[in-house]
Write a protein that binds this ligand. Sequence first.
Ligand code: GLA
Length: 382
Amino acid sequence: MNAFANGAGPARAALWGCLLSLAVVAPPSAFGDVKGLSKMAYGETKDGEAVDLYTLKNGKITVKVATYGATIVSIGAPDRDGKVEEVTLGFDSLDGYLGEHPYFGATVGRVANRIAKGKFTLDGEAYSLAINNPPNALHGGVKGFNRVVWKAEPVESPDGPSVKMTYTSKDGEEGYPGNLATTVTFTVTADDALRIDYEATTDKATPINLSNHAYFNLAGGADATMLDHELTLAASKYTPVDDTLIPTGAIEPVEGTPLDFRKPTAIGARIAQMEGEPGGYDHNFVLDSGGGKLAFAARVHHPKTGRVVEMSTTEPGVQFYSGNFLDGTNVGKGGLVYKKHYGLCLEAQHFPDSIHHPNFPDAVLRPGETYTQTTVYKFSAR
Ligand code: GLA
């Protein structure tokens, strides 16, 4: 016999009332107390590891981040009429991310960008990495941080909904030295910005360069290139590269070159002058801020929709990549075929191949030190 069968009417009514009110006030999320944050199962990797998708909403934007690759899967941002549409490239489901693709939205590490010939010496010891972008190593290797499942936990933050992802890369993983404990925290703030905070510690000296590889197209899911977007870059200098995209070591002024974006300029305006290798822009810009403090780095404005994304970072450099290698192979969101220049990346970073260039800002993390990196993408419309 249960309690309700024994004339416990008032108690039963009170219990139901209580349950009902709980159902009404409980948000549709596992984290009742983190406003604007929800979680859903996103699928499984080929090895059967569960992947989750977190949705963060604040102000006028919605950001979705998957635990696979700590990947930004979606950013919805309003145009000047308030119409919210997708502004990043990617896929409609996990399957797309598990397949071959050029780092759509992914967290890249342990070392974003290139290391010449995949070889370096640190503290007298020689290391060899996979040559996954012949003749160089690119974006952390064959199974970089973009190809692993991160642990995630919601974070109480006064700034807005926040999810903290952690991954420990083992000593020797992809050829790199030291156990590297990494966290990447995504926060969506009330002023329509996505803030990404990175932190890492190691037990052996290692090169490190963490970044995010989101591709933006502010036209809102349109079947169009981003060549009509206007770019401003707070960089008077850049690092010229050889024909394998490895810096020569020089730091040169952008003045008088098609890389001068100090005033807002349509990306397509001078791209024809960049048609030799690498077929557009794929360069590290030396930010005037010098890095070390959060400072304005870049702004992209799409005149047709009015959408703007403004990037600030603590990093000394930003790789502006104009989606030159997109060739229609990837069929993305809503069946859209991503062709050349359909998306642009602004990757906050230390300079490429820093390990071989003592004149570049140091990108080695040592035991006892904490690596930090903060990058903010703020959305608006005008
Ligand atoms: C970075 C590199 C590019 C390219 C893309 C991924 O932006 O600089 O050369 O490798 O990643 O396709």
